[in-house]
Design a protein around this ligand. Structure first.
Ligand code: ARG
Length: 583
């Protein structure tokens, strides 16, 4: 990829020019923000000149003289206060283009040091509705896992479902007293959720119901056979239905190690933490306090109360002996480190759980765990009114309903544009566009900001949407259909027109973009790149005749179309979005 190549040449130029680099300074090259001066640029001379107190332009000239990039660039200039601007040569771009059409990974290099990365995402709770937070986690996590795998990491996806917890006291009581077997068969998640809700309401109104539920929970925890059977059945039914949802969304997990998987590890873990002196008993509970090793501002075990820092311990065992969410997460970390040799663990979970993860990571580190753990947080999805996204009846919106409605709407749109497609073809297209639109609406957003859910916007053929990108892909394919396969692309390439050059340049940058996404875990960087690529392609298509051109020009333009199709398909694939040949 050009940025990496140019960066290493630049570093070599410093050595060749006999300039010693001060510690902590690595000269770099970035994509130019203003392409009038070049494709790539470096401000290294300016930064260094400041440190060395010399003239930045003179230093830039010195580096320019030592820079060996004849095979890549046709022009190097020193501009402004000391920028080095680099313009790629048409031959270098053409070479890159032929790599993109031939290479299985469209020219994206693999990471030098592959890591084992565990991606923890989706993780809904059994018998509780899967809400919009889980939608975001599911799409973002799946995309990040795909990107990490694509660039060569070993990725393990794990769905840490909430299959154990206090909700089961209520569900078991509800199961025994008011379960509708027919409804359970038809839609298990829905029936379990409504039983849970009904019992929850009854328990609120009547203390004795609450006591019964608590009793059922204790029996479950003590291994009562009947309650264990009910619990297992709830988990089984829910997972079965969830797998259907994931299947429809083309999402796969390597593991489904839910919270219950760690039950036996909790007591020894707490004992060990007490032994190690990391946890202490406080008011009957077992807790982790601050160890004073970091400033209060960054200490997750302290909270600011007026002018004072007060303890905000992490509880790992309650006074009554019950374990908590944090305890399970600590045991989960042990497992992932020991069994999978995880170098990194990514938690794709909503922003409200930030404190939980800060505490859990800090406690794990105190236990000597060096694995890098990252909470990849995200904001909320808002309804068109700017408030939390709800269905018309006021319920939180479920993932399945959203996908179903998107597909239905896409199907209606396909029907409107009658164009000789069969019903089965239209169904398939609607499935791809519907699911893709919901995913893209999510993934094109900055994950940390809240965004408004809008059917019209996400399904529109105009703007930064899945239909727009899919349409661009379809356009690249329709050219080849018109040729009836009677074309063989050759390496006879010449990039001459500005629109050809702009497109080749954009295509080349995919190699960089695919790596940049993981710097801060932002699939929206990829979405934005693809949107710009589609735009650049449309401009190219308007400026340059493809089928009416001849010889080298025709071969070059067809190769640009082929490369655009390949990069769009690959890039959309990394967002978890399938493509269709027609729409
Ligand atoms: N089940 C949790 C929830 O719905 C999310 C679990 C996230 N993963 C984890 N290891 N804590 O909020």
């Amino acid at each position: 990829m050009f940025r990496a190549l140019l960066t290493s040449r630049l570093q070599a130029a410093f050595t060749a020019a006999g300039i010693d680099l001060p510690e902590g300074f690595t000269p770099g090259v970035v994509i130019a923000s203003d392409t009038r001066f070049g494709d790539y640029q470096s401000n290294a001379a300016m930064v260094l000149a400041k440190q060395l107190k010399t003239n930045p332009r003179a230093l830039a000239e010195q580096i320019k003289a030592a820079l060996q990039v004849e095979d890549l660039c046709e022009k190097i200039t020193v501009d402004g206060p000391g920028f080095l601007n680099l313009t790629l040569s048409a031959t270098a771009l053409a070479e890159r283009l032929s790599i993109i059409v031939k290479h299985a990974q469209v020219g994206v290099p693999q990471v030098e040091k592959p890591k084992t990365i565990v991606v923890d995402f989706s993780a809904p709770n059994i018998a509780k509705p899967m809400h919009v937070g889980h939608i975001r986690s599911t799409f973002i996590g799946d995309s990040l896992a795909r990107v990490a795998r694509f660039i060569g990491h070993k990725v393990i996806t794990d769905n840490h479902v909430g299959d154990w917890g206090t909700q089961f006291g209520m569900i078991i009581h509800g199961w025994k007293t008011q379960l509708d077997q027919a409804k359970l068969k038809a839609d298990p998640i829905h029936e379990l959720v409504s039983v849970y809700k009904a019992v929850n309401a009854a328990a609120k109104a009547d203390e004795s119901v609450l006591e019964i539920c608590k009793g059922e929970l204790v029996k479950l925890q003590q291994g009562d056979a009947e309650n264990l059977t009910i619990w297992k059945e709830c988990v089984r039914l829910t997972l079965e239905q969830l797998e259907k949802v994931y299947g429809a969304l083309d999402i796969k997990f390597d593991h489904y190690l839910g919270e219950s998987f760690y039950n036996d590890a909790l007591a020894p873990l707490v004992a060990e933490m007490l032994n190690q002196g990391i946890a202490t008993i406080s008011e009957g509970a077992t807790v982790v306090f601050s160890d004073g090793s970091v400033k209060p501002e960054s200490d997750p075990f302290l909270i600011r109360d007026k002018d004072e820092w007060k303890p905000a311990p992490c509880i790992i065992r309650k006074g009554d002996g019950g374990y908590l969410y944090a305890t399970t997460d600590l045991a989960t970390i042990d497992y992932r480190v020991k069994e999978w040799q995880a170098d990194e663990i990514w938690y794709v979970v909503g922003a409200p759980q930030q404190l939980h993860f800060r505490q859990v990571f800090a406690a794990a580190q105190r236990r000597g765990i060096t694995t890098k753990m990252t909470h990849i947080a995200f904001g909320s999805i808002l309804g068109p009114d700017g408030k939390m996204f709800k269905t018309r009846s006021g319920e939180t919106v479920g993932l399945l309903e959203v996908i179903d409605e998107a597909i239905e709407r896409a199907r209606a749109a396909a029907d409107e544009k009658e164009q000789g497609l069969s019903d089965t073809e239209k169904d398939e297209i609607a499935r791809i566009i519907g699911g893709g639109s919901v995913k893209y609406a999510e993934l094109s957003q900055n994950r940390l900001t809240d965004y408004k859910f809008s059917w019209d916007k996400m399904l529109s053929l105009q703007g930064n949407t899945a239909p727009y990108l899919l349409n661009a892909y379809v356009r690249t394919r329709s050219i080849f259909r018109k040729l009836d396969g009677a074309v063989e692309l050759t390496e006879d390439l010449a990039i001459t027109e500005p629109a050809e050059r702009a497109l080749a340049m954009k295509l080349a940058q995919f190699a960089e973009n695919a790596h940049d996404i993981l710097d801060d875990h932002r699939p929206n960087l990829l979405a934005n790149y693809l949107y710009e690529l589609a735009d650049t392609y449309h401009s190219f298509y308007e400026a340059c005749h493809v089928l009416r051109s001849e010889g080298t020009a025709r071969n070059t333009r067809l190769t640009l179309c082929e490369a655009t199709g390949r990069v769009l398909k690959t890039g959309l694939g990394l967002l978890g979005i399938q493509t269709t040949e027609r729409m």
